[in-house]
Structure formats: C-alpha cells, structure tokens
Design a protein around this ligand. Structure first.
Ligand code: GDP
Ligand code: IMO
Ligand code: MG
Length: 422
C-alpha cells in the first residue's frame, strides 16, 4: 500500500486541517511528518471550530493518529491540546501514538527563539515564537532531546546541560527577555509526565508493518512549500522540509512508497510573518479578502497578508512536490469581485520569466497578471459542482490548464460539509 501525502502549496494556512478531516474516513492512519506547534490546523463541524497544533487532523475519527519523527513537540502545548480533546470526550489514548524519534521543544528553545527574533530587529522572521528554529538547530546539531529519551534514566542531566547552554546563548543575544525558568520547567516536566502516559512507537517500523498489512495512510504536512527550509523564501521560512521529501524523512517512508500527492492552495494567497510576497495587495481588495476570509493566524492571531493567486509560485510548488491532485480552498471568499487577477509570470529585472527565481524581493519582481471575470453568487451553501457559477468554472479550468494538474476539490466554506468534489 502506498502512502498519500497532503501538503500546503503556499505560505501555510491553505486549509490542510479541514481537508485532512474530510479525507480521514478513507484512511486507517493519519501521520504528521514535520513542523510543530507553529502550525494551527482548523477543523469545523457541527458548528464548532477546533484548532490543532501538533495532533494530526484525523483525531476526530477512528483512524490512528501518528506524530512522526520529523515533528517537534512542545509537551506543554501538547498537554493543552489533550485537555481540549478530553473536554470533548475524544478517546485519544486508543488512537494517538508518538514517534520515539520526535524531538522535544524545551522551554529554553522558546526563550531562545524570542531572543533571536528580538535581536534581529527589523530583519526578524516573524516566527510564531514556539521554539521551532532552535529545536531543529539542536536536532541537526546533534544535541536534541527526543521523546524516547524521557523513558531513559539520566535524561534530566542532558536536559540541564542543554538548558544551561541555551541560557548562555540567550544572554549572548543581549536583549531584554523576562522569564522565570523554574516555573517554566515545572510546567514542562509535568507535561512530560502526561506525554509519557501516551503510546510511544518506533514509528518507521509501525508504518512499515501497516503498509505490509495493506493499511491506508495519509501523511499530513504543516506550513507550506514556500516556507520550506530549502525551497521556501529563505531566510523567511520555517526550519523543516514542508515538501513531499519531508514526508519520507519525517516518517521513514521510502520514496517508492509515495502514492498520491494532494496539493492544497487557497483561491488567492496569504502569508503571515515577514518575507517577500509579490502579489500582496495593500488596497481595498486585499483588505476585503482578509475580512471575508477571516485571515487571522490560527496559532498567533496575527492578521494574514493577502493577495492574488501567484501561479509562478504555485507551479513551482507543484513541481517540487510532484503534486498529482489539486484542492482549491476558500473559493467563496472571492465572490463579489468584478475581476479576478492571477499572476502568470514575473517581470524579473526587465525579463519575463515563468519560473520561481532565487530572489523574489519587491525590487526584482513585478507580477504580470491575467484578468478573468468574477462572479457574484454566494457559494457557501452549494454542494454540487453543477451549481458553481460559470465564471468560477472558467477560473478553475484556467488554473488547471496553467498547472496541468486536475483540481479535484473546491472548498466553499470552513465546514467539513462545504466541500465540493469534482
Ligand atoms: P491550515 O493551517 O492549512 O490547516 O489552515 P488554517 O486552519 O490555519 O487556516 C484556514 C482557515 O480557513 C481556517 O480558519 C479554516 O476554518 C478556514 N477555511 C478552510 N476552508 C475554507 C473555505 O473553503 N472557505 C472559507 N471561507 N474558510 C475556509
Ligand atoms: P500551518 O501548518 C502559516 C510562518 C511564521 C513565520 C515563519 C517561521 O498552520 O499552515 P516559525 O514559527 O516556524 O519559526 O515561523 O513561518 N509559519 C506559518 N505560517 N502557517 C503555518 O503553519 C506556519 N508555521 C510557521 O509566521 O513567518
Ligand atoms: Mg494554519
């Protein structure tokens, strides 16, 4: 059995959580492969909104939900997520499993993130300040503490050494950071005990056996392709591989075992945090997208920057990930615009280019747009493709032609039910 992947093609928040929830009934296992609580995945059903940060978005179904080795876990945030599930009577103990090889975010990783961002001043990444960068630094620097370590004696000594080093690094930044480490550590160690009450697995072996037993698996990405550490708009990126290859390393799946790659994108573009964004709008249209689309970060509450769809970036994302099927989200948000613009190429230092270049800073790149007629109809109560306005169909067909990949799902609202299959 092959593993299907679902990942974001833009700068995150494409609606991955919603679609994983919609697709989960087709799968036995949902597995998160990278990122950490910088993610905020929103699910809406029965008029209730749920936001997940580390826990895979299949948790409200019967499937096994696996947190893979590529994920970084903050036990404190994880504990809060579990408490919410308990309030909802979700029996997570029977279906939530964690890779022993996943790395832990320590309280000092979070502090270090804050110190580093403050020290950067105007050049800051706009991090969610969840300690993601410092934790992955310790992972690749071979200093990290993994989930499996907390089952071993002596791990607290390693913790102490690492936390001491972090404190020295924090003071190196020479910025004002207020904290009470004793309090943070009490909270951390208490949360680690909760984590230990869950099932830890050698997840690559678990997945290998599951595939042998013909179990179906969907790997859930976090963030988006343009935030990938290698292929994103570096340095304004996150610290993991958000792209398809990240599912191989983040779960221990061989590349030959990848099945479908579902690429998910908004009908327009958003970005939260710093960094270049060629099609960003600073006018009423961008403001309307933000208001109608309720574009506020699910993790930090920050307003998301909005702009037209960028096909140069989207083509690049499809290429890097080997996308086999597309899913277009938030089509409903574009209702009412007289014209819909789509960036099909860049003017790059005077030349017209259609590939995603090394540098997409404002001074190098001006988007070249095609204009399509908009639609007025409210899409939010539509549930069949035959109801979609002709202008929206034209937009979809235009995108399919440009990207040469079919758009299989059109999402017309945040609810699980507001999902149209094509
Ligand atoms: P994720 O990080 O990719 O899971 O996406 P987020 O949950 O951070 O952001 C997507 C936001 O859009 C959430 O508030 C969703 O409830 C909402 N959403 C998802 N699909 C749609 C849609 O088709 N239409 C509208 N209006 N909202 C949607
Ligand atoms: P989901 O999974 C949108 C952005 C941050 C910042 C940069 C680095 O919900 O799509 P980090 O905390 O990783 O150091 O931040 O990446 N970012 C996201 N933007 N959605 C996310 O996740 C994001 N996770 C990180 O805003 O610009
Ligand atoms: Mg999100």
């Amino acid at each position: 059995m092959a593993v299907d992947l679902l990942l974001g093609l833009q700068w995150g928040d494409e609606g991955k959580g919603k679609i994983v929830d919609v697709l989960t009934s087709n799968y036995n296992i949902i597995a998160r492969f990278q990122g950490g609580p910088n993610a905020g995945h929103t699910l809406v059903f029965n008029d209730v909104k749920h936001v997940l940060h580390t826990i895979p978005s299949g948790i409200f179904h019967d499937a096994i939900n696996l947190v893979g080795n590529g994920v970084v876990i903050d036990p404190v945030i994880f504990k809060r997520e579990l408490e919410k599930l308990t309030e909802l009577n979700v029996d997570f103990k029977s279906k939530l499993i964690i890779s022993r090889k996943a790395h832990l975010i320590l309280p000092t990783h979070r502090l270090l993130d804050a110190a580093s961002e403050t020290a950067k001043g105007k050049a800051k990444i706009g991090s969610t300040l969840k300690g993601i960068g410092p934790t992955y630094m310790d992972k690749t620097g071979r200093n990290g503490i993994r989930v499996g370590d907390v089952e071993l004696k002596g791990w607290k000594d390693r913790y102490r050494n690492l936390a001491n080093k972090h404190e020295a690094m924090i003071s190196f930044h020479n910025v004002e950071i207020q904290y009470d480490l004793d309090e943070l550590e009490n909270e951390f160690f208490e949360a680690v005990e909760i984590l230990k009450s869950l099932t830890f697995v050698d997840s690559e072996e678990y997945i290998f056996q599951a595939m042998k037993d013909a179990k179906s698996i969907l790997a859930e990405g976090a963030q988006g392709t343009l935030l990938d550490i290698d292929f994103g708009t570096y340095p304004f990126v996150t610290s993991s591989n958000t792209t398809a290859a990240g599912a191989c390393t983040g779960l221990g799946i061989a590349p030959t075992k990848i099945g479908d790659v579902f690429g998910i994108f908004k009908a327009y573009t958003t970005r939260v945090g710093s960094g270049p964004f060629p099609t960003e709008l600073f006018d009423k249209i961008g403001e309307t997208m933000g208001r109608v689309g309720q574009e506020f970060g699910a993790t930090t509450g920050r307003p998301r920057r909005c702009g037209w769809l960028d096909l140069v970036a989207l083509r690049y994302a499809c290429q890097v990930n080997g996308v086999t099927q597309l899913m277009m989200m938030k089509a409903d948000v574009l209702s009412g615009f007289k014209t819909i613009k789509v960036c099909t190429a860049y003017n790059y230092n005077g030349d017209t280019i259609s590939h995603f270049p090394f540098n997409i800073e404002k001074q190098n790149v001006t988007p070249i747009y095609s204009e399509l007629k908009g639609w007025k109809e409210d899409l939010t109560s539509m549930d069949n493709v035959s109801q979609l306005p002709q202008e929206l169909n034209n937009y979809i067909i235009f995108l399919e032609k440009e990207l040469e990949i079919p758009i299989k799902i059109v999402s017309v609202g945040p609810d699980r039910k507001q999902t149209i299959l094509r």
